[in-house]
Design a protein around this ligand. Structure first.
Ligand code: ZN
Length: 319
């Protein structure tokens, strides 16, 4: 299979804005455009192949037809392993948690969710919620979720452009207003909502909370954070490559291309290229794809030599 450009599914959650449409070129009739699922095999929002012999098919259809596109590291997974999104939080997202694989497979029939956020832009005073500001008991947690005291015991973190946050399953979290980010996560849509600030959903009713399930899976302690200043940076021919985070599920790099940069994609993993800024093109074999801010290119495992030309900031993700 050749390299392909993917068209995203868009989610119109109540907290979203329109920056993905206005600044990232995401095409949708939905308002707001809260999330764009730029690499997805999830049934709730599949990405669609835009070019080549599989044009018009979902990436999930292509994957089911030939799982080798994932590479050797994908063989241990029952489903396509990753899901990559843009998220535009104009307003606060609910305080939530995701279960780990064991709990999620048993209770929900899909993977749990460990995720990582790369901050693309944010307001000066933007914050995230990650974990608690102290150790809390299960009873204290449940009561605080119900009466709103959760706002006093959650851990708030100031964010800036370029920050990376690794959020292991079981970590209570919220993306707060004024943050635009790229998220790499396990292929799961299981979210347990803990607190929603008393807001009403589109139907005029409070959105459902899942406090009991959340209490089963939430780590009731302060978070474990990795500082951003320990990043490994490589100066390559035509590019600078910075490792943002790496775990046994995925690795994320920032690839800054200036001019022409080539690399090899072997049989270990597919490569996801997400253009964060700039413009240029990506070539592989007989296929050349234009590549601009907001676009997502899927490079199947064993594609061989890839050449990127132009001036581009890219989020590169692999298994
Ligand atoms: Zn989450």
């Amino acid at each position: 299979m050749e390299i392909v450009k993917l068209s995203p599914s868009v989610a119109d959650n109540i907290w979203g804005g329109t920056r993905l449409i206005d600044e990232y070129g995401i095409k949708t009739d939905k308002r707001p455009a809260a999330e764009a699922w730029v690499l997805s095999c999830h049934p709730s929002g599949p990405s669609t192949v835009m070019n080549g012999e599989f044009a018009g098919k979902t990436l999930q259809e292509v994957y089911l037809n030939d799982k080798s596109i994932c590479g050797e590291k994908g063989e241990r997974f029952e489903f396509f392993p990753l899901l990559i999104k843009f998220i535009d939080a104009k307003r606060d997202l609910s305080i939530q948690v995701h279960p780990d694989d064991e709990y999620a497979m048993r209770v929900e029939g899909e993977y749990g969710k460990t995720e990582a956020w790369y901050i693309l832009d944010c307001d000066d005073d933007a914050e995230l919620i990650l974990g608690f500001n102290k150790n809390v008991s299960k009873e204290e947690f449940k009561e605080a979720a119900q009466n709103g005291d959760i706002m006093n015991i959650c851990n708030r973190i100031k964010v800036k452009k370029g920050d990376l946050f690794f959020i292991e399953s079981g970590t209570m979290h919220a993306i707060c207003k004024g943050i635009l980010l790229a998220e790499v996560q396990q292929n799961s849509n299981t979210t347990y909502r803990i607190y929603d600030y008393g807001r009403l959903g589109k139907d005029g009713k409070p959105r459902e909370l899942h406090v009991d399930k959340a209490a089963d899976v939430t780590k009731l302690c302060p978070p474990d954070l990795t500082p951003s200043d320990k990043r490994k940076k490589e100066i390559l021919d035509g590019a600078v490559k910075t490792e943002l985070t790496s775990c046994d599920l995925f690795t994320m790099f920032k690839l800054d291309v200036d001019g022409e940069h080539s690399f090899n994609v072997g049989n270990t993993s597919f490569v996801s290229l997400l253009c964060l800024d700039g413009s240029g093109e990506v070539c592989c074999g007989n296929t050349t794809l234009s590549f601009v801010k907001g676009e997502s290119i899927f490079v199947p495992a064993s594609s061989g030599k890839i050449t990127i030309k132009g001036n581009l900031e890219i989020l590169e993700s692999t298994l």
